[in-house]
Structure formats: C-alpha cells, structure tokens
Design a protein around this ligand. Structure first.
Ligand SMILES: NC(=O)c1ccc[n+]([C@@H]2O[C@H](COP(=O)([O-])OP(=O)(O)OC[C@H]3O[C@@H](n4cnc5c(N)ncnc54)[C@H](OP(=O)(O)O)[C@@H]3O)[C@@H](O)[C@H]2O)c1
Length: 323
C-alpha cells in the first residue's frame, strides 16, 4: 500500500520516520496492560502487519517492556516478515540504580540486540534520567555504542529541558547529534509545552517523540465516569477525572465530524494524534489489537486546521487547569 504522508527527519540524523510510530509496551507487559488476558501474541502480529502496510516505519520498544518480551516479539515479527530494512527500530536502556558504569549500557544493548535478533538498532535511548550519574557519562556510553556500530542514532527519554541541552552538548563533543527526546505529551499532558521542552527541542533540532499520546486510552472517549479503566489506570484516572475530561471528548467528536468522509467521522483518538502531529511531535500510540491499530493509523494523511488546534488547546487548558 502506498502511504499518504511524507516521512520526517529524526532529529539531525539521516534517518527518516513516519509522522506517527507504533509503541509496543503492550507487547508482553502484564502489570499495566494485562498481556495474556484478553489479548496476546496472535492479536499483535496483525497490529505489526497493518502498521507496516500503512507505511509506518517507526517502532518503539524498551528492554523493560514485559522484561524483554516486547523486544523478543518484535524481533520475531521482523524476522518472519523479512522487513528489517524498511524499519526504524528504537529501544531503550534503563539506568537502574545498580547499573553504575557506562559498560553496563553496552552490555544491555547487546542483550537487547540478541532479543531483537538484530546486529544494530536504529535509535538507542536512555529511558529516564538517573541523577546520581551525570548526563555526560551516559552520553559518553551512547557515543561508544554508535562507534561500535550497535546503533545508528541515539536519544533520551523523560529528560527535562536542561538535561536535554546537556545531553545535546555532550554528544556534540563526539560529533553525534541528539536525535530525540521521548516524553509524555498529549491533550491531557501539556508539560512539554509549559516546561519549555518543545521550544528547546525545536531550537536544537531534536525530535520530540510523544508517548502515551492518547493518555493511555483516556482520549479515545471509551472511558467515562461509568466505565473507569481497569487496574493501575483506574487509580491514575478516576471517576472524577473522567468526568472533567468529557467536554474535551465532546470537542474531539465535534471536530472529528468535520473531517469525516462518507459517513465515517474521525474519532477522538485520531483527532488527538493529529493534534500532536500538528504540534510537530511524533506520537507513538500503543495498540492491543488490529482494530485499535487501524483506528490510530487513521490519524495520518490529513490535518487539523490552525483554528481547530487552538480550540483543542483551549479545551485542554480547561481540563489541565482544573486539576
Ligand atoms: N519512555 C517512556 O517512559 C514511556 C512511557 C510510556 C509509554 N512509552 C511508549 O509510548 C507508547 C504509547 O504509550 P502508552 O502505551 O502508554 O499509551 P497510549 O498509546 O496513549 O494508549 C495505549 C492504550 O490505549 C488503548 N487504545 C489504543 N488505541 C485505541 C483505540 N484506537 N481505541 C480504543 N482504545 C485504544 C489500549 O488500551 P486498552 O484497550 O486497555 O484501553 C492501548 O493499550 C508505549 O507503547 C511505549 O512505546 C514510553
């Protein structure tokens, strides 16, 4: 299938990614997502296939997801489909408290590569900042990973504006661009805008990758005060909160109607993901089954107007300021 969108550069690297990627935390994770209960491997292969068919080439995993199961499943699907060359595969290093030396990063990357069945990933990211170890030490380790040919590009995740600037400067000493910073960003979490991170990334030419772009399912509109999400998410997003977001869901539906073709309006998820694309971020929604993946892919190939983006900003400000 030919794609209906242009790829975008990943930071100042020579890699190009689709304006929307796929996050695969759900693949193997039992704690947050309940892998094995209601969905499993047989549901995920179609997610992978439909994503590639739509021309999406960017897939994000991490060594922590499902304790390596996410990487193993992704590697399995890539091998079976024989599509390595078409993909930009990103994974992450977790700087856990007992991993105190940069050599641990190279060892962890080799373990990730074994699970993925690859000789090299495209993007290797530090999953979160770990303050006792200076940013510069991890950047030195990332530079070694590039020099060893284990990754094509490097990035960070959950880094503040100042940590991002430090990471960028530290890598520049090795002649390596900081490709990306992956942070939580959605209509229900605008911290990257208020903290100045969006501006810092734009100024430095660092791609902002938006995780939890549909707020872990809350922006789909399917969760309401009478239908609270199961498990840990039910504590993060309670009845009261779900009540507060209903006007925003109403606006997502209204705007989605305006973009519908032939009886099929754009859904709240699609409008929410398109809003992020309009903001210059690359959202990486997760999906548990074919239907969810297909729906999220419908965020591509069209664009909200500036006025719609402004109306969504305003409605989201109202939710976020009332917390
Ligand atoms: N770097 C980090 O620290 C970090 C942290 C979090 C996530 N991430 C990355 O970002 C990716 C996405 O974030 P996320 O998984 O937290 O949240 P998300 O993409 O905002 O939400 C995903 C969840 O929403 C529901 N959903 C998705 N599409 C749907 C649809 N079209 N209709 C109805 N329900 C739908 C599904 O859960 P239900 O069906 O159970 O509702 C799905 O598991 C992850 O996979 C991971 O790669 C990174």
């Amino acid at each position: 299938m030919s794609s209906q969108f242009e790829t975008v550069p990943l930071g100042k690297t020579d890699l190009r990614v689709s304006p929307l990627g796929l996050g695969v935390w759900q693949w193997g994770d039992t704690m947050m997502w309940g892998y094995g209960k209601g969905y499993g491997e047989a549901d995920l292969r179609p997610v992978f296939d439909v994503t590639l068919d739509a021309g999406v080439n960017f897939i994000d995993t991490a060594e922590m997801y499902g304790r390596g199961r996410s990487e193993t499943l992704l590697g399995q699907f890539v091998q079976q489909a024989g599509v390595r060359d078409r993909l930009v595969i990103a994974t992450k290093f977790a700087p856990l408290p007992w991993r105190l030396s940069p050599n641990r990063l190279i060892q962890a990357l080799r373990n990730s590569l074994n699970r993925l069945g690859l000789s090299r990933v495209d993007l290797y990211q530090i999953h979160f900042p770990f303050s006792p170890i200076p940013v510069e030490i991890w950047m030195e380790a990332l530079a070694k990973a590039v020099e060893a040919g284990l990754t094509r590009a490097v990035g960070v995740s959950n880094y503040s504006p100042s940590q991002t600037m430090r990471a960028h400067a530290a890598l520049a000493r090795y002649g390596i661009p900081l490709a990306s910073n992956q942070v939580e960003y959605s209509l229900l979490d605008r911290k990257p805008e208020t903290s100045g991170l969006v501006k810092v990334c734009r100024d430095l030419g660092v791609t902002l990758i938006a995780y939890s772009p549909i707020a872990k399912g809350m922006l789909t509109g399917k969760y309401t005060p009478d239908n609270v999400p199961p498990g840990m998410r039910g504590r993060m997003y309670n009845r009261q909160y779900l009540g507060k977001i209903q006007p925003l869901i109403g606006l997502l539906n209204e705007i989605g109607q305006a973009h519908g073709v032939a009886n099929s309006a754009k859904t709240p998820s699609q409008v929410s993901l398109n809003w992020l694309i309009c903001k210059g971020a690359v959202p990486i929604p997760g999906a548990k089954n074919l239907g969810q993946a297909q729906e999220n892919l419908g965020a591509l190939g069209w664009r909200l107007t500036d006025e719609e983006v402004a109306r969504l900003d305003e409605a989201s400000d109202k939710v976020n300021s009332s917390q």
